[in-house]
Design a protein around this ligand. Structure first.
Ligand SMILES: CSC[C@H]1O[C@@H](n2cnc3c(O)ncnc32)[C@H](O)[C@@H]1O
Ligand code: ZN
Length: 428
């Protein structure tokens, strides 16, 4: 057996307690063998003065959108997508998506993220980047039928199902898949009904954007006389395997539907603030027992993929939304960014426990903004930054050691991404 010891640090346990301990990893199996004192191993990763946390799980992303970071800002969702993002995305080549994904994966590794869910196109390129980078992911091809003729709409749906079949279990099982209709308004009802039924018939989960803006909710209510999540339930898109992004404008009845169904909701606070989409009722969702994860959304509406930022934003916005400073507390956002997200997207990880996935981030506490160490859970939620992560491990493999990314060439990826965008800007 080939073992790795993360030695000399403090370890964040699933019950939010922190203990002095080593973490012993079986690198062949990618699992945690032991958490305790003085454990022997083939290789050691120094965690002295550090907090060992579960790897963060970014439960909703469009990773290749790193290429569009700063391309279009300061607009609401609909205008931003139609006027800027969709025209630019139409010009993206498979090679662009590959390098955009690699850039995002470098950023994730450097900020302690070990798993993510992603909706985009040119999925084979995203999958190849994930395989190389060493992370875990649930990937899918996003479908929009709006503005397409029947042949194109069906081709888009077929591609989503084909990709979900082909890549499930890729990268030694680190990649899982989902069918991904973009939203309840950008895929027409007949297509949506058939797409979801076909996916579920093959046990493929469904992921989509829902209840993100009032501009998206109001037409559904006006035209159908029902709330979006009641429509989603009717379409069969509200099962325990499915998960939706945003859930900003949900009423009490919709929250009950989510809790009853066990459908995960991925809260994306930075994107919701930047696009002025609104404030999700996160404390209400948690109180109702809904599985809530945390996501960055794409880097064009955030504008980074740092889950530490996201935790802080979630706590701040959650308090504002509830008009209650005790709402969405530090422990809540740390749980959302780890176990909550892993549960929502149904991937291993999210907790440091014997037998569990060896997906972890080692956070260096030796910094003025993390001193004094009054409460390390508070520090993770409110004070730590992605740049405080010293080592990142996924599936037992060290992806970053002492801030050096080992699986991708960071400088080369940045140079290729800049070149790709220079060429893209000439084409758009
Ligand atoms: C068809 S692939 C996914 C599609 O989603 C777009 N997108 C990025 N951010 C958001 C958001 O917040 N709401 C809805 N859609 C979004 C992305 O640009 C791709 O076109
Ligand atoms: Zn999104």
């Amino acid at each position: 057996m080939n073992t790795l010891r993360i030695a000399g640090g403090q370890v964040l346990r699933p019950d939010a307690t922190v203990e002095d301990a080593d973490v012993l990893v079986d690198r062949d199996e990618g699992t945690i063998l032991d958490i305790g004192a003085d454990l022997d191993a083939d290789e050691t990763l120094d965690a002295e003065g550090c907090l060992v946390t579960p790897g963060l799980v970014n439960a909703h992303c469009h990773v290749a959108m790193t290429l569009l970071r700063g391309y279009a800002d300061d607009k609401p969702l609909d205008a931003w997508l139609r006027e800027d993002i969709w025209p630019a995305e139409a010009a993206l080549t498979p090679e662009d998506v590959r390098v955009g994904a690699e850039l995002g994966l470098v950023e994730m590794i450097k900020s302690g993220t070990t798993a993510f869910a992603d909706m985009y196109f040119h999925v084979p390129e995203v999958a190849a980047a994930v395989d190389e980078a060493g992370l875990r992911a649930r990937l899918g091809h996003g479908v929009v039928t709006l503005g397409k003729d029947d042949e194109d709409a069906r081709a888009d749906i077929d591609e989503s199902l084909d990709v979900a079949r082909e890549f499930d279990g890729a990268a030694d099982g680190r990649i899982r898949t989902a069918a991904m209709p973009h939203s309840l308004t950008t895929v027409a009802e007949d297509y949506l009904r058939e797409f979801v039924a076909d996916a579920h018939a093959e046990d493929i989960p469904v992921h989509y954007h829902a209840n993100e803006t009032t501009d998206e909710v109001d037409p559904i209510v006006d035209e159908r006389g029902e709330r979006p999540l009641s429509y989603a339930k009717e379409l069969g898109m509200l099962t325990a395997d499915d998960f939706l992004a945003h859930g900003v404008h949900v009423d009490d009845a919709e929250i009950d539907l989510l809790a009853d169904a066990g459908t995960g909701v991925v809260h994306c606070p930075a994107s919701n603030m930047k696009l002025a989409s609104g404030m999700a009722p996160v404390q209400k969702l948690l109180d109702a027992g809904v599985t809530v994860g945390l996501g960055t959304d794409g880097a064009a509406s955030n504008n980074d993929l740092d889950m530490f930022d996201e935790m802080r934003d979630a706590a701040m916005l959650g308090k504002l939304a509830a008009a209650d400073a005790s709402a969405v507390a530090a422990g809540d956002v740390v749980r959302m960014a780890t176990a909550g997200s892993a549960d929502a997207i149904n991937l291993p990880g999210g907790a440091l426990e014997v037998g569990g996935a060896a997906d972890l981030a080692v956070v260096d506490l030796d910094a003025p903004h993390l001193t004094p160490a009054n409460d390390l859970v508070s520090h993770l939620a409110y004070a730590a930054r992605g740049s405080d992560v010293r080592h990142t491990v996924c599936d037992g493999r060290v992806l970053m050691r002492d801030r050096e990314v080992l699986t991708l060439d960071e400088d080369a990826v940045m140079a290729r991404a800049s070149e790709a965008v220079a060429s893209l800007r000439e084409r758009v």
